[in-house]
Each structure stands twice: as C-alpha cells, then as structure tokens.
Design a protein around this ligand. Structure first.
Ligand code: SF4
Ligand code: SF4
Length: 120
C-alpha cells in the first residue's frame, strides 16, 4: 500500500524502502484480501463500484493479477502507487511503513513485486 507518507512505527525494524518503491503489502494471492467496511466504502465514493467485490455480506477491494485492483504499477519508473490513496480503506492506513507487519509483508512478497518490473 504504497504510499507516500506514513508515520514512523513505534517499533522500527529494518530500514524499509519508500512505499512507492515497494508495493509489497498491496499484493496477495487471496481473492479477498483488504476488507472494505462501511466507512471505507463511503469514502471510496464512485470508485467503490469498480474497485470492490462482495462476498456475501462482506466487501473487499477487488484483486487483479495478484494484487489489489487499485494498485498502479509503472514498470517504466519502477513505482507502485495507489489510485485511491487519499480514500484507501482503514486496513491499508493501519499498516505502518517500518512496522513489523510491513517487514513481514516485504519478506513474503517483495520478490514478486520485482517480477512486475521487467526493466529492472
Ligand atoms: S487500496 Fe491502495 S493501499 Fe490499499 S491495498 Fe489497494 S492499492 Fe494498496
Ligand atoms: S510493505 Fe511496507 S514499505 Fe512496502 S508498501 Fe507496504 S508499508 Fe510500504
């Protein structure tokens, strides 16, 4: 969940890259990954219709090609950005860059983000 400015985590781990150079936590093989709750859905506005999927009574960000459908991968610049950054779900906001969760996401998924950058 890329993205520019995150508050420092209270328990910093290894030096994280800039989110725009990482993108790991926006990747997942799961069909339902980022929950979209009521406030999240309302904040997404018109984008909610195209970028979310319902599973029964629960809503999630849509997934596409192994990552959140809102993730924009620019292979030329090697950057990963969130098309709904200002309105992203709370789950994305809660994952702090530099936290242990961030480190775990990078350990598990950073390699697959690199494979999306053919120029690198
Ligand atoms: S909404 Fe944005 S920050 Fe959250 S997983 Fe999707 S692309 Fe990443
Ligand atoms: S895994 Fe960490 S560094 Fe990478 S995009 Fe997510 S919050 Fe940013």
């Amino acid at each position: 969940m890329p993205l520019p400015v995150h508050e420092p985590h209270s328990q910093p781990t290894s030096d994280p890259p800039e989110c725009l150079d990482c993108g790991a936590c926006c990747f997942a093989d799961l069909p339902h990954y980022v929950p979209v709750r009521g406030d999240d859905y309302a904040r997404l506005g018109d984008a909610a219709e195209t970028l979310t999927r319902w599973q029964g009574t629960r809503c999630f960000m849509a997934m596409s090609d192994g990552h959140c459908a809102a993730l924009v991968i620019d292979a030329g610049s090697g950057r990963f950005s969130c098309s709904v950054y200002a309105d992203r779900p709370d789950t994305c906001r809660e994952l702090e860059r530099g936290s242990s969760e961030c480190e775990g996401e990078r350990e598990r998924k950073y390699a697959r983000t690199r494979r999306r950058l053919p120029l690198l």
